[in-house]
Ligand binder design. Sequence first.
Ligand code: NAD
Length: 292
Amino acid sequence: TLPKVAWIGLGIMGSPMSENLLKAGYQVTGFTLEQDKLDRLAKAGGTAAASIAEAVADADVIVTMVPASPQVEAIAYGPDGILENAKQGALLIDMSSITPQTSVDLAKAAADKGVRVLDAPVSGGEAGAIEAVLSIMVGGEKADFDTAKPLFDALGKTIVLCGPHGSGQTVKAANQLIVAVNIQACAEAVVFLEKSGVDLTAALDVLNGGLAGSTVLTRKKDNFLKRDFAPGFRIDLHHKDMGIVTDAARNVGAALPVGAVVAQLVASLRAQGDGGLDHSALLRAVERLSGS
Ligand code: NAD
């Protein structure tokens, strides 16, 4: 029989991901802060819990998909949190993108309570979550990875154990660096092409067929063309991720000269009130610099 799943955090990613588990036959009990998201889970065949303690009490596997390290710490620790209320031997899979150190610390604290932990952040965006084709980068013990693999198969396509606790988060930090720099390069090309008077749709199509092609260019093309910056992946979250990769790289002495500049541009969007927009809104930062 399939393990019983508790799912904490039913946002842009958590809702479609938990629904994919329901489709695969898992029993899912969920908790999140928005009532409409709890209603959505119940409508999809899951069970809405009234608290974290209630959600995790009977669970074999607990998945968390919340914004950042402070939220993971808030839901894991404390009297009403996961570690106090989970069954002995339960497996906690944190799929949020957080600092590698938070994942390492969580694994240690959980071991003291008889709870096993994997860090398993994802890439592929809302579309990847809906279509169950996420890349899942995992840190932790091989035996726990093997236990979780069938569940990961219901959520993603490329599923890799990267190393010990925190490794999944380190790989995710690198992912976010690459994505931000790639979006920035595309945004600069879009402004340059428009100011040059070239047909943008034609240009992006031919660029995408060559070495300049990328998942970013494919997925974000319409955002650029229509100036549609509905999230998707919020600037606020990418700002958090640029902080994670900047700190982690400094800790190991890796230089991120271009990443540092893009981190500043992401921060500038936030400062101008665009933190709730999709990260393709880096186009706005380039337009402002270009006087567009
Ligand atoms: P979101 O803001 O849409 O959802 C976060 C959810 O966490 C919300 O439903 C909120 O209610 C819940 N939450 C927050 N604090 C809580 C608490 N104390 N108790 C219970 N629930 C709580 O965010 P998202 O876009 O789904 O992103 C979630 C994580 O996934 C982030 O770490 C993000 O960086 C990462 N991620 C997002 C995307 C994307 O494209 N959106 C892609 C890959 C990874």
